[in-house]
Structure formats: C-alpha cells, structure tokens
Design a protein around this ligand. Sequence first.
Ligand SMILES: CC(C)(COP(=O)(O)OP(=O)(O)OC[C@H]1O[C@@H](n2cnc3c(N)ncnc32)[C@H](O)[C@@H]1OP(=O)(O)O)[C@@H](O)C(=O)NCCC(=O)NCCS
Length: 184
Amino acid sequence: MPFPLETDRLTIAPLAHTHAEAFVAYRRDPEVARYQSWGTDYSLDDATRLIDGQHDGRLPMPGHWLQLAVQDRRSAELLGDLALHRSPDQPDTFEIGMTLAPAAQHRGIAFEAVEALLEFVFEQEHAHRVTAFCDSRNAPVARLLTRLGFRHESTAVEADWFKDEWTTLEGYALLAREREAAAL
Ligand SMILES: CC(C)(COP(=O)(O)OP(=O)(O)OC[C@H]1O[C@@H](n2cnc3c(N)ncnc32)[C@H](O)[C@@H]1OP(=O)(O)O)[C@@H](O)C(=O)NCCC(=O)NCCS
C-alpha cells in the first residue's frame, strides 16, 4: 500500500472510521460545504457509508474515488481531506478534490497536502494528467491550483444546476510534462 504519504507537517492516509466525527464536523460547516457536493446536513451515517466504500484504502479503480485524511503529523488531528479519482475513460488520468477544516485554512496546509499527492501520482503512479474542477466563485481553490502549477483550461458557463442555481464550472489540468518543465 502506498500510504501514508508524509510531509514536514502532515500525514496523508485513507480516511478511516476513526476520522468520521471530525470529518462530519467540518463537512457541516456552511462555508466548507458551500461549493461542495454535500450540504450542512451531512451526517455520521453519510460518512460511515463513504468510508465503508473505500476498497481497503487501495488506489482507486477506474471510475472510483479514494478519500484521504490529511492529519497533523504530530497531534494526529484531522485537518482535512483529499479525494483522488481515476478516470474510467482515459489511462493514467486522475481528478483531485480537497477540503480543509476552517481552522486549518490559510496556513499552506492544502498546498503541502496536494503537492504530496501530486508527487505520488506523477512519480509513483506515472500519471499523464491530473484535473480539478471548481465553482467559478471559489477563489481560494483557484489560487491554490494556480500555485500548484495547474493550467486553467475550461469554463463551462452556467452549465451545472447545483444547490438551486445555475453555476459556472472552471476546469484545471496539469500534465506530467508540464510539471517536469516547471521543475527545471
Ligand atoms: C480550497 C481550500 C482547501 C484552500 O485552502 P487554503 O488554506 O486557502 O490553501 P493553502 O493551505 O494552500 O493556504 C494558502 C493560503 O494561506 C496563506 N498562508 C498563510 N501562512 C502560510 C504558510 N505558512 N505557508 C503557505 N501559505 C500560507 C497563503 O498566503 C494563502 O493565502 P491566499 O490564498 O489568500 O493567497 C479551502 O479553501 C477549503 O477547504 N475550502 C472549502 C472546501 C472547498 O471548496 N474545496 C474545493 C472544492 S473544488
């Protein structure tokens, strides 16, 4: 198993039942849930179902997601989570998502966590392309993806009926060759 991934401040490993309570607590925060697929009524049962479907923490099969806990390396506190999806249609293609608890935001934690995940998928899993999508109003994630080297490649204007309104989706991508060129 490739996990845990470790960075200076963080340990990253598949989300487990021990994380469920803290996971639910930040998922229910209105600011955290605002642009996400769940609502403020996210429950412990929802988290239990998600964790039960994790395929023993192995890398996701095509078409599946793996949810990863981002924990403080010293205290083991759950700071947030990452999601990794493997494309069912294209080889070596992944999508990522990321969420931090409010107290963990604005500290560079998301950058450190996603950078570790990118290093893993590009260098160990030989990814060709990693994508991410966000609501056009979600400025923090746009800044994060840009800092990580992602290229903005699409805007789907009012394409998604989401939480009772039409929303615009921004698409970002990073190719292995782009990441290599940026590292030179
Ligand atoms: C998206 C999300 C994970 C980004 O988190 P974040 O805390 O803004 O990102 P980082 O951890 O990389 O922190 C960077 C910010 O911390 C600041 N910062 C403070 N101390 C820092 C440090 N020691 N190191 C690096 N950055 C630091 C940076 O200046 C930067 O601020 P800026 O974006 O205003 O320029 C967070 O906003 C979130 O969880 N949102 C709710 C869920 C969501 O919508 N997810 C995206 C779905 S597509």
